[in-house]
Structures are given as C-alpha cells and as structure tokens.
Design a protein around this ligand. Sequence first.
Ligand SMILES: C[S@@+](CC[C@H](N)C(=O)[O-])C[C@H]1O[C@@H](n2cnc3c(N)ncnc32)[C@H](O)[C@@H]1O
Length: 367
Amino acid sequence: MKDFINIATVFSGIGAPEQALHKMGVKHNIVFACDNGEVEIKKDVDEIKAEIASLNNDEANEYIKSIYSKSGKHNYMKDSYFANYDINEKNWYEDIRFLDGKPYKGKVDILVGGSPCQSFSIIGKRAGLEDTRGTLFYDYARLIKEIKPKVFIYENVPGMLTHDKGNTWKVINSVFDSLGYKVYKSLLNAKDFGIPQDRQRLFVVGFKDKNVNFEFPQPINLTTKFFDYLEANNDVEVKHYLGKKGFEFVTNPKYRNRARINPEIIQTQKANQQFNWNGDFVFVPYEEIANNEKILERAYVSEWNGRRGVIRQLTYRECLRLMGFSDDFNVVVPNVPAYRQAGNSIVVNVLEAIYKKIFEAVNIYED
Ligand SMILES: C[S@@+](CC[C@H](N)C(=O)[O-])C[C@H]1O[C@@H](n2cnc3c(N)ncnc32)[C@H](O)[C@@H]1O
C-alpha cells in the first residue's frame, strides 16, 4: 500500500484534476500530463507515427516536441502547467495522438481527460472504437486500453449527448462499454457543487474493478454568490473597466443573453468570454471608485438600474476562482490565453466531489 495517488491527465489544460487533489490535500504523483496548447502542426499524422515507430518512448517524445517547436507557435498551456504542478519535462507530452500508453501500463491510479468537443464531428454511425479513429476521443479510449488505470474520469459538454441526433453518443457510449470497465455516466452542474456558475457537464467515471459500487455525488445547497468571488474594485487593473461603447453594449437589453451584469450565478464561462463584451460583468457604484482617478480616466460613467457607476470585466483571477481554483494558482501567461485557459477548464469543486465518492468506492492506494 502506498500513501499517494498516481495521476495522469490528457488534454490537461491548467490541470483542474491536479488542482482538485492539491485543494483536498491528497498526496499525489503526476505520472504524465499532455496538452498541445491548441497549436496545430502541419505535418501528416501517419507520417509522424511511422517516423517514431522505431524510437523509444523518450526519443519519440523529444521528436514530437521538436516538431511542435518548429511550428513557431507557443504552448501557453505548458507554461501554466509547469508554473503550478510538479512535473518533469520527460513526463510532459505535447500531443495525445503520439502518446504511447503501453510503458505506463498498471502505473496510473486515475486517468483524467476531456477531449475537445470539435473532435467528435467526424464520428461514424457503426458503434465501435475503430469508428472513432481520427478523433481525439479515439486516443483517449486507446490510452485506457493501453494503460489500464484503476479509474478513469472523462468530461465533456452535454452537447456530446445530442450531437448528430444522438448518433455520436451512441458510438462513444458503446466504446466506453467495450473497455472492460464498470462505467457510470451523469450530467453534473457546477452550481450544485458550491460554485455559482451554471455549467453543466457530462462526466463518465470507469472502474477497472467491476465489483465496485460507485454513486455520483449528490447536489449540495449553494451558499455563495458571484459577489463573494470578486477582488476589491480598487485593486483591479484599469484595463478591465469598460469605455462608452462597452458600457452601452453590455447594458443594452438586446444583448442580455450575451452579457449579464451582477448576476447571482454566472453563465457558463467560455474560452472567449472576455471578447466582444460577452460573459458576466461587474457594476461598480460611483461612490466606490469616486477617488480613483485612474479608473475614472478610462471608464465610462453612466446609469444602470437607476444607479450611477462604471462597469468592468471579470479579472482572470476572478474567472479562476469561479472555476474553483485557489488563489495560490500562478498566472504566468498573457491576458488572452489566461482567460481562454480558465474558460476551458473543468470546475475543480465538481472534481473534488467526484474524487471523494471514488475514494469511498475503491481503495485507490492499493498497489
Ligand atoms: C476543453 S480543454 C480541457 C482543459 C482541462 N480539462 C483543464 O482542466 O484545464 C481541451 C484541451 O485539449 C488540448 N488539446 C487539443 N488537441 C490536443 C492534442 N492533439 N493533444 C493534446 N492536447 C490537445 C487543448 O489545448 C485544450 O487545452
């Protein structure tokens, strides 16, 4: 019996699964993580696979990294990941398509990942792993087969269930059922797990041990509101305050579905939420910033709901808080990728609740 958990993640992003263990104070070792930072490479996938076929694992990893570095695009996801988690370069992979799970067989307790949703648009209709070939979901399922983790957690948007009139889910569901795991599926909403964000996601949890009895966590009452997650207005950089055009856009009733001001529960955070004035905004009464010349220089002062004041975007620290990340999470990337990374993540509190139930159901520390 060991006293830590071996976790591996793919589509790792800013590591919500790792952050959940960190917040819970659960000792863990990161076996590997993998994320290409949404960088596209031009070279043919099959050609690369042929090139790495004769290389050992470390050589293949280095070769794939060299291809990515030649793309000229920067992997900001890797920057965020390395600034927050304990991982060696050789355990970081750029691209799941070239990640061989076989060297990790039996070495992972929990494998977590949610493939990007654009990847299921080409799934066929026959139902079977081969039918998902060419999608990133295929590689996720392949890794489960190769690694055989004790438990896997898969996350995706609810649209996966209805895409292509339900055919996509039929195929994906049949693949999950064919892995030889005991599989549980449920839709969970972040607002039912302590975070005031209306974000529903599909979670699939699978156990290698088929005798396990698992139950998804039950909803808990929400005791916090949007306002509890905000930074002090005077601490917020002035760039976040809206000028005239922005103020008029977000207060226009026509755009209420796109932009909301001072909601109790925010809408689902999106990767591009802070552009074109989409997402959730904070109204700050004039009295609160009346002495702050810098803000008044930049911000447009007008009326909203019968009160005079200014409006600002959420800061990325606030976005991270509303995804369940604690304030010790280091932000080391520029504005645009910072918002994008927060919006793409999994709500950490939901993962914490799922982990608790997993740890009740299975002895995760068993060798
Ligand atoms: C929806 S996000 C998941 C974010 C993550 N769950 C988190 O906690 O932040 C999907 C991620 O898949 C990554 N990705 C896309 N294609 C990939 C590939 N071929 N190999 C590895 N990662 C990939 C993207 O960069 C993105 O970070």
